[in-house]
Design a protein around this ligand. Sequence first.
Ligand SMILES: CC(C)(COP(=O)(O)OP(=O)(O)OC[C@H]1O[C@@H](n2cnc3c(N)ncnc32)[C@H](O)[C@@H]1OP(=O)(O)O)[C@@H](O)C(=O)NCCC(=O)NCCS
Length: 287
Amino acid sequence: MGNRGHLSATARIRAYATIRRRRILFPVKSCLVRCKPTSHSSSFGTWRKGPAEAKRWSTIKTTLPRLPPHSERKTTTTGRLTLRPLQNDSHDLAALHALRTDEKVMRWSPRGRVDANLKETYVHDLEFLADPSLNSEHLAYAICLKSNGEFIGYGGLSCRPEFVGWPAVSFVIKSDLWGQGYATEFLEGFVDMWRRLPRKLAVIRVLVNTVYGDSEIKDECLAGNPTYDNVACHRVLEKSGFEKREEFDEYNHRRKKKERRHGWVMKKSNAHFLEEQLSALQITGCN
Ligand SMILES: CC(C)(COP(=O)(O)OP(=O)(O)OC[C@H]1O[C@@H](n2cnc3c(N)ncnc32)[C@H](O)[C@@H]1OP(=O)(O)O)[C@@H](O)C(=O)NCCC(=O)NCCS
């Protein structure tokens, strides 16, 4: 990929993972390690914490999902859909490539153009599945029709703290099936799955308007960050119970321009996590 003059998806994720391990997020079991607030990296570029932005960020204690290894990820169903972990195989590659060569779909992608060939699709969406260390920050699901197993889209979660700082969800549906409620159904099923993932305690930096909760450990959020003009995506997030909390401009290096994005978040109460901690403490205390 080096001859293209930019990093491959894998290289970006790997570079990101190093940055993140070093200074952004330190998940812990029993103690918290504070990180140095610095610049905020994303695949779209780097946010420098400038004077105007300084007030907008807050470093908080919260919970984050602990993603299971790929082999242990579960399939789930909704009324019409089967959501199954994306597979690094020729079937899923062909289905992803069909989606990623549809101009109507790719108009909304960060790159803004269709994939040139199968390799580009593989590098963008499947290569990371082959590397457990890269895969550990992504939960990628195929969206299939329950009736006949047809692959109609994909979506998932990236735990990289892009845009508003929280892990973010994204989703794509085949364009000939738009407007039939499939993305909304996917998102509701996916959020349910997200809520039930095991949790870890973490210190992260998020936009102030996305901080909820009165206790020391703030409520965890899941974000969606569409560009301002992606009306269908805004509507899906709204219908699924997300709240619009932020608007911000982000430089997109692939399109070489600034883009206005909206930050939507779905809140997860930390009550369950706190109960688990309390119960663990009581057991220790009794012994
Ligand atoms: C965004 C996307 C996943 C939505 O999929 P979908 O299955 O059509 O979504 P749903 O049918 O569940 O809901 C779409 C809603 O947006 C509305 N909508 C779509 N286009 C609209 C427009 N131009 N103006 C107003 N509302 C619009 C639909 O009417 C529907 O709302 P309703 O149920 O209140 O009528 C699909 O358009 C897509 O794959 N887009 C390209 C990839 C993308 O942008 N993904 C989002 C980035 S995270």
